[in-house]
Design a protein around this ligand. Sequence first.
Ligand code: AMP
Ligand code: ZN
Length: 495
Amino acid sequence: MKIRDLYLQNSLSKKKEKFEPITEGYVGLYVCGPTVYSDVHLGNVRTFVSFDVMYRFLLYLGYKVRYVRNITDVGHLLDDGEDRVSKGARLEKLEPMEIVQKYTNGFHEMMRIFNTKKPSIEPRATQHIIEQIEMVKQILDNGYAYVVDGSVYFDTLKFQEEKKSYGELSGRVIEELFTETRSDLKKQDQKKHPSDFAIWMKADPEHLMKWPSPWSEGFPGWHLECSVMSTKYLGKKFDIHGGGNDLKFPHHENEIAQNVGACDCSPCNVWLHTNMLLMNGKKMSKSDGNTISPDELFTGDSPHVSRGYSPMVVKFFMLQSHYSSTLDLTDEALKASEKGYKRLMEAIKTLDALTQDSKSNTLDNEINSALDEFMTHMCDDFNTPRAIASLFDLVTKINSLKEGHLDVNQISSACFENLKKSFPEYITEVLGLLNENELVSNDSALNGVMELVLELRQEARSRKDWDTADKIRDGLFKNKIVVKDGKEGSSWSFN
Ligand code: AMP
Ligand code: ZN
């Protein structure tokens, strides 16, 4: 397949640019992964689902993609200076690496539930301490860092004087950063300039995760891992770097500074940033308690929703807005998405059942241009809402073909074949939406058992035996079955 022109909104140049891969036919893609100290929330999921669709689409266009998505397991500090993973370990009375494993497993499971593809490489920060120490040395050798009492700080002022690029991505002005507080505030007095940031931190004696280095027993600054791991797996210069837009500053700005400081090379050509998932108009965030977990949304066990919504409905809801727009999670919007998702899945079945005996090609242009529109919108900075709108144009056509308002025999056999192949491919391969009902309805024994289980649960509910009702629901959930309670009774689907 000829690779089409793809246009991307580059957060660095602030322009929509034609994508030119560094090596023809290949894409190096780096996405900042989760900090694994607690369960992922839906906001995180939105970001990773967005990048999954980009990855899928690049593959669909025919690129060979090396997709690197890291796991942050050290150095991402809270505002009070405590490492997130250490805090998780302290609260749960587990080893830091147990916390890391537990929440990495949970993250993988959630990514599976949302039918996202695994990255090509998933490196962890703690597996790259040696490389991080090497980069600190390089930055020191180049004169863009200084050591104070075993900690190493990036010298933003010197960097700015010589390279003039600090703040280019985030639009922050270095002087304004004088007044801002940073998460390593405890060590603020060691810095020459308030916007300087730690690339290596000397650990306090009680600190759990620390490694020997030429400067102290300590740990790397958070931003360093992504500079190091992207360089290691994708080279000094690669194609696309992504993350949520809350990472633009300080994380990505400092990442660029480190790469330029170490290798005199800005790490990538294109920066892509996803926008935030909101709830009730406010960023969904753990620290503000403004979150709904995916599980709560699937089961409907949350004051924010009237009932549960299946993973594919939630995913479809996310894809109905552009990755760079904020998205507000509301019950109404989810209800509408459920209808849309079902309509789309129904159309796949309808198309599959359609047969023809081609007599002419008078409808070919109409069909081809509707199919083409999907690709055009996806090539326009992965515009999923518009691409989905083109899918609904096709749904209307497919339904008209079924009902005879359009004559299926007026499509050439080649065009008909292309429609039968491309329409479901766009939905399942590019958008990564699965037909949940099909998974369920194929198993008649399971359907029978579930009918009985839901009946028993309903009986428990009628006698107000909530413990039994919840036990059944939670037990099913552990077995990947989600029960949804609605006005018309309970229904179930696979997680
Ligand atoms: P973290 O685990 O906090 O490092 O975040 C993992 C990813 O989720 C990052 O790319 C964040 O930018 C992204 N993220 C965090 N909160 C939200 C949100 N409310 N909506 C969308 N993405 C988010
Ligand atoms: Zn990162």
